[in-house]
Design a protein around this ligand. Structure first.
Ligand code: SAM
Length: 240
């Protein structure tokens, strides 16, 4: 059974752990429970299968999903892994036409119910959240700045680094493109790449399609049952 099956590790004790992790991280994330559960299962999968590498989130907002990765590792008493949290810590950059009319309308509607101050959360507030959760320590690396500035340098300076779970949650075309282009080569064989905004915003989906086409990668994009996000495993399709 694969971790993306609904019943992966469907024991009562693991379900209790999932519920406890969600209870703790819930104030700090806009991702629905289905997406968080999937992320927790993905972390358990890479731990169970000894898939080497760190946890990385690009687009952390208040840090809830990043926290879920750390909390899962702790709940499973697994070997510590580094958690890299990339964000401007000053909200989203301006929408571009390629992000589509819905994205443009969303960013223009500053009084909308899901505007969330343009998804802004400061570095200090995210660190405080991690402090409250008891997970602020040297294993957690905060990378502040626009992805376009931080991600290529990070990849260039860490060519031997491995990523086990890569969570892309930067919403827009350029934000997604720079992250997948630079970080995909670091993802371990069998590692998991989660694309939070695949169904939400046109530009995100385009960035992923362009990337896979440019490098002739045959990964199959899979969806969560409620289509709240998508993902693929870094492996040759024929071996899946
Ligand atoms: C939708 S929020 C992330 C939600 C979060 N993962 C959660 O668990 O709720 C998008 C985040 O991406 C960040 N972001 C988007 N594009 C960026 C870029 N080009 N550089 C830096 N940060 C970016 C924003 O600052 C924001 O915090």
């Amino acid at each position: 059974m694969q971790f993306y099956d609904q019943n992966y590790c469907d024991t009562e004790s693991f379900e209790l752990k999932i519920q406890e992790i969600i209870r703790k991280m819930r104030p700090y994330s806009m991702v629905p429970d289905s997406g968080v559960k999937f992320l927790i299962r993905a972390v358990k999968y890479v731990i169970d299968k000894n898939i080497d590498g760190d946890f990385v989130e690009c687009g952390v907002w208040h840090g809830g999903c990043s926290a879920a990765m750390k909390l899962t590792q702790l709940a499973l008493n697994a070997k510590p892994r580094l958690l890299h949290m990339f964000d401007s810590y000053q909200g989203l950059p301006p929408v571009q036409p390629i992000d589509g009319p819905m994205a443009n309308a969303w960013q223009a509607n500053v009084n909308g119910p899901i505007y969330y101050d343009n998804c802004t959360a400061s570095l200090e507030s995210v660190q405080q959240n991690f402090q409250k959760l008891g997970i602020l320590n040297d294993d957690v690396k905060f990378h502040q700045g626009w992805f376009e500035d931080t991600i290529p340098d990070f990849a260039k300076n860490n060519q031997n680094l491995k990523i086990a779970v890569l969570r892309l949650d930067g919403d827009w075309y350029t934000s997604t493109k720079v992250c997948i282009e630079n970080l995909y080569p670091l993802v371990s064989d069998q590692g998991v790449i989660i694309i939070d905004d695949y169904y939400a915003w046109d530009g995100c989906a385009l960035a992923i399609h362009e990337f896979l086409a440019t490098y002739k990668l045959n990964h199959r994009i899979r969806s969560l049952p409620d289509f709240s996000s998508a993902y693929f495993i870094k492996q040759n399709w024929r071996e899946e």
